[in-house]
Design a protein around this ligand. Sequence first.
Ligand SMILES: Cc1ncc(COP(=O)(O)O)c(C=O)c1O
Length: 517
Amino acid sequence: MSEAPSRVPQPSGSQAPLGTPQPTSHAGVQRSAIPTITEILRDRTGEEMELNDRHLNPQVGRIVRTLGFDRTWVSGEGAHLVDSTGQRYLDLFGGYGVFAVGRNHPQVIEAVQEVMEARTGNLPQLGVTLLSGVLAEQLLIRAPKSVGAMVPANTGTEAVEAAIKISRAATNRSCVLFAEHAFHGLTLGSLSVNGNEEFRSGFGPLLPGCRSVPFGDLEALRSELERGDVAALILEPIQGKGVNLPPDGYLQTAQRLCRQAGAMFICDEVQTGLGRTGRFLALERWGLEPDLICLSKALSGGLVPIGAVLVSRAAFDSVFDGMERAVRHGSTFGGNDLAAAAALATLRIIESDGLVQRADELGALLLELTRPLVDRFEVVADVRGAGLMWAIELGPPRSWARRSVWRALEHAQPGIFSQLVTVPLFHEHHIFCQVAGHRMNVIKALPALVVEEEEIRRFAFALEQVVGQAERVPSAFARFGLRTGRRMLRASVQRGRPARASQGARAQPSGSRLAQR
Ligand SMILES: Cc1ncc(COP(=O)(O)O)c(C=O)c1O
């Protein structure tokens, strides 16, 4: 067995002979041989929070500890996460929606293993490979006729970056229109079309020429398109931040207006694609035929990073229009065999297990079970969704006394009311979910499409219980405040400083920084 890294600080200044492990000063960890994965999992499980705080993002650690969500997750299976005590949690985060076929699906694992056992000639770079070609073929067969080629990528934001670049190059225009509250990723190009100030702030100047329009407002779109400089409009068919459904006719008309104005219509299906909304692609609900379609997340079963843009043949050929321009966009790992194999297995599972239909039916059941909460509870403003992309929106109660408590809470920390629901769901019912965006009282669920009907019913039942408790705000908040207060104290003590002396960011019991994407 290899030696685990020791955290004993080493004396500095002594010269070690060449070839011997060098002591490093980084966080006092001694450099040593790296153990195998089996050894790491066996010997160091339980250290993840300490490692995170030391080397990764301690602010995330603080939020997780404050909410009491600091479990040691030892495995995942289907729609569930399992902690080190063996407790199973219904996972409604779904890794931000990547686990449509469920966590660790055996057929996806097998496909990845098959590639490794075949020792394929992966990534020849000046060459082409079979698996990404078959993946492109299979995706294009299932997509609208408006697209005819695939550009591979590794993540959602990379797919969006590619779509922005292709639409600019194909139209020779620079402006990209995007919707308010849109989320398309966090790299600089995608951030420039992100409709949420909390993500944009501090990273400017962003790409020039990107302008926002209210989601659903056709007049605003029309007047922006009339300026004649628009390369593309990018839209999520259903917005992930808040689970906002488009008004009737909006998407179809938006697409038509783009065509008339010579602008490209980009559908970002990174979250809504691959069966999530009860259609293979959400755009099928409205019969859309975009020029570009962005895919990622669930495409490779959650096991291997992947992204892809499906592009109209005309746009593709105008960008890659000669041998000297053949590689003007791409990415080293784009189209790699592991991702393509995982994606092909995912497509096979979605079809053989009827997951699109399953998402449609279970989504309808979830709405049927949870919509009555709007009438039953004053604090439930709306319940909405499509397929297994679902949300509940909480709002101020009608009665004066409860409303003033709500106002006081929201004044102290916008979005905190939702935590009166998500925290007990986690602790009392072992259901893992969060809010759908920063400073909003919208709780979101993206369960695996393989989730059992019983689990959907259990969630609806648990939700009713905790919303009922939350509505009795003062006592619910007293319990919540006491619990999170204790956790904040423990979190700060673990970090070695008192609760009020945090550096920079405030403790955020709202958890909104970790909101569902
Ligand atoms: C609609 C949409 N587009 C793009 C992205 C960015 O994907 P990634 O996080 O893989 O970069 C996301 C991520 O949540 C998304 O929901």
